[in-house]
Design a protein around this ligand. Sequence first.
Ligand code: ZN
Length: 268
Amino acid sequence: MTPHWAALMYHATPARHEDADYFAVPAPALARQLTWLRERAIAGRSLEAVLDAGAESHGVAITFDDAHRSNYDVAFPLFAEAGMSATIFVVPAWVGRTGYCTWSQLRELQAGGWSIQSHTQTHPFLSTLDAAAVTRELVDSRREIEDNIGAPVVTLALPNGDWPRRRFRHLLHDSGYRHIATSRWHANGDAERRRGVFGRYTVRRGTMPEAFESMVRQLPGTLSRESLRLSTLSLVRSALGVRRYGALRRYLVERRAAAPAAGMTPPP
Ligand SMILES: [Zn+2]
């Protein structure tokens, strides 16, 4: 059995703490996290590089959802300085919009060793879609990214952590995806590799250094508290239904203030 390894999930990475919403990690915190990894000789790499590396040297997989412009402006130089790379999950319908990366920025990231993968075409709740619509989200995004980047798309990050209905899940594989990145809070080992379905730990503005260390090192204490918070989220989601839940999430994420209720929001 190979040792378990962690995948981390980031969203926006603004330069200043004041510009960081609930799921954002501002530059000073991100820089500290990369320094912490580097000082311990823990390699931060794309999910695909970690999977290709085999059993011996997993390090930690680092992923960014939504392809925020700040990932290019702020995270990319910090990663280059640290000698690290990451996977960025792109929503083609958002590329070039205010606040999001352009294709030419994404090509620069790829040239810098980053892996450019899919987060669906329009970021829907996949469980609300029929088979044809799920297929469009999966296939259109893969093609558009491959056409613009010129490298294979093999991984899908589920938007809002939401799976297609069970009877449509074969469409993920049928549409060319080998790996699924979820928002579930767990480490990855042989079983995840066999299934091609990977857990990720959310790093956010409020992630304290000891929580970050627990994620990377698989220390139980902080992880179980944060995990409890996230299981509360899925209960809230079941109770509200995904549409009302999505509206609540948008409302909370768009508020800049760190209201305690914002602890109830799932990763976008
Ligand atoms: Zn997202």
